[in-house]
Ligand binder design. Structure first.
Ligand SMILES: NC(=O)c1ccc[n+]([C@@H]2O[C@H](COP(=O)([O-])OP(=O)(O)OC[C@H]3O[C@@H](n4cnc5c(N)ncnc54)[C@H](OP(=O)(O)O)[C@@H]3O)[C@@H](O)[C@H]2O)c1
Length: 415
């Protein structure tokens, strides 16, 4: 049975105004916006003034409103709004990844206790339908990895860098085009990608991680020499949110990666996002689309609203399944580490080095590092060191390759 949806909308910015227009054009939905709550009374809006309000209780205390769509740019205020909406028995749709990643358990518990839905498709990958696909389509036991470019700002900057534009100029261009905030830390240091990864890991593997447990390293410190290395080897640099099932759990982190022309993400440029899902029988599948912007993001919000008509909710079945694992750190990855300072490269905790380059202006080494050793370094704060993950697969300490590497190290130590 279809439910008639009376929507209270919080926020009328990029996404909120997009949703208003998209909803007005959608003939199939039995849904209407009964009130819009915003912050600034002096702003002009492309919506009837009778709909615009400034008091959140106009929506939260209205018993006819059965859906709250939260699209504001203040996570603390959003937290209070969403909690209050769920507690008063209203379904909630939001695009706020930070809010969901940081308060996941509390908000899900509240939605279940009040028998309402909390949906957030737009929080990851903008227009790409990935949350509901991971939730409904892929079994945990056959799913082996989910990785993607889920931040359009950094992908735009990296696309420019790959063409030889410096980081500073590329960031400025991104800010002029409205892709990057004046204070870009959340994007360029990989925090935004990390919040999204927390949600991907939950829906892909049923594992709940706190944002603090997930390592994020962004693109701020990449140097032209790193880009030159990429060009020489035929790679491009992409910032990946990456989650992979290994022998004893889930590896999950955010870091720049080198990708070659054979990689599905190689040609994903500018502000586009892409998510690559790998499963046992279906092999690799690529989802690509606009990761941000008014209408692309509103389209994902609209899809959630549409799902509410049929009382859809995430069931988190994988969380209850026995096979749902945990986040692990005992695995190896192959990395490139570069710096103008030779000592920085030498002191990096490589387990095994296989290529080293020294010159007057720049030095780099490539080799394997144990993830738990990497985790101890705050790379976002190490301005004179850059790290990029190489295309070789990750492997756990318990895998055949891990045991071989350990034996090799023991042998070297004895001799
Ligand atoms: N922009 C994108 O492409 C994109 C993509 C994916 C997800 N998202 C997420 O979508 C959400 C909205 O982003 P946006 O880009 O649309 O933001 P935005 O353009 O900056 O607009 C924010 C809106 O929130 C309103 N607002 C702020 N604090 C409020 C409060 N306490 N009560 C009521 N309204 C308040 C503002 O009111 P005034 O108009 O009065 O200032 C404004 O209308 C964020 O969670 C963002 O992370 C955005």
């Amino acid at each position: 049975m279809r439910i008639k949806l009376n929507i209270g909308l919080f926020g009328f910015g990029v996404v909120g105004s997009g949703l208003y227009n998209v909803l007005n054009q959608s003939k199939l939905l039995d849904a209407s916006i009964s009130a819009i709550v915003v912050k600034d009374p002096t702003k002009k809006r492309d919506a009837p003034s009778s709909l615009i309000h400034f008091d959140k209780d106009i929506i939260l205390k209205d018993s006819n409103t059965n859906v709250v769509v939260e699209l504001i740019n203040d996570s603390e205020a959003a937290y209070e709004i969403v909690k209050s909406a769920l507690a008063s028995g209203k379904h909630v749709v939001t695009a706020n990844k930070k809010l969901i990643a940081e308060h996941f358990e509390e908000l899900i518990t509240l939605s279940r206790a009040n028998n309402v839905s909390l949906l957030y498709e737009a929080a990851v990958g903008g227009s790409i339908p990935i949350i509901r696909n991971l939730e409904e389509y892929y079994n945990n036991d056959t799913l082996s990895s989910v990785q993607g470019i889920v931040n359009g700002t950094t992908n735009y900057i990296l696309t420019q860098s790959n063409q030889g534009v410096s980081y500073e100029v590329a960031l400025k261009k991104a800010q002029e085009l409205g892709f990057a905030e004046a204070e870009p830390t959340l994007d360029v240091d990989g925090f935004d990608s990390k919040y999204k990864l927390v949600l991907l890991i939950k829906h892909a593997f049923g594992v709940l991680s706190q944002p603090d447990e997930v390592y994020n390293y962004g693109i701020r410190h990449l140097k032209p020499q790193d880009v030159n290395y990429a060009l020489e080897k035929g790679y491009r640099i992409k910032l990946f949110s990456r989650a992979e099932k290994l022998e004893d759990g889930i590896a999950g982190f955010v870091a720049p990666h080198f990708v070659g022309p054979e990689h599905s993400a190689y040609r994903v440029n500018d502000e586009f996002n892409a998510v690559i899902v790998e499963a046992l029988f279906s092999d690799k599948q690529l989802f690509i689309g606009k990761g941000a912007g008014s209408y692309p993001t509103a389209s994902a919000v609209l899809s959630d609203i549409s799902a509410l008509q049929f009382d859809y909710r995430y069931e988190y079945r994988k969380s209850d399944a026995e096979q749902s694992g945990k986040l692990i750190s005992d695995y190896y990855l192959k990395v490139y580490v570069g710096s103008e300072n030779e000592e920085n490269v030498k002191n990096f905790p490589f387990t095994e080095v296989d290529e080293a380059f020294k010159s007057k202006g720049y030095n780099y080494q490539t080799g394997y590092v144990k993830f738990s050793d990497l985790q101890r370094i705050n790379l976002n704060k190490s301005a004179d060191l850059s790290l990029i993950v190489l295309p070789e697969p990750l492997f756990s300490e318990k895998s055949e390759q891990g045991v071989l590497l350990k034996n090799k190290l023991n042998f070297a130590e004895i001799n």
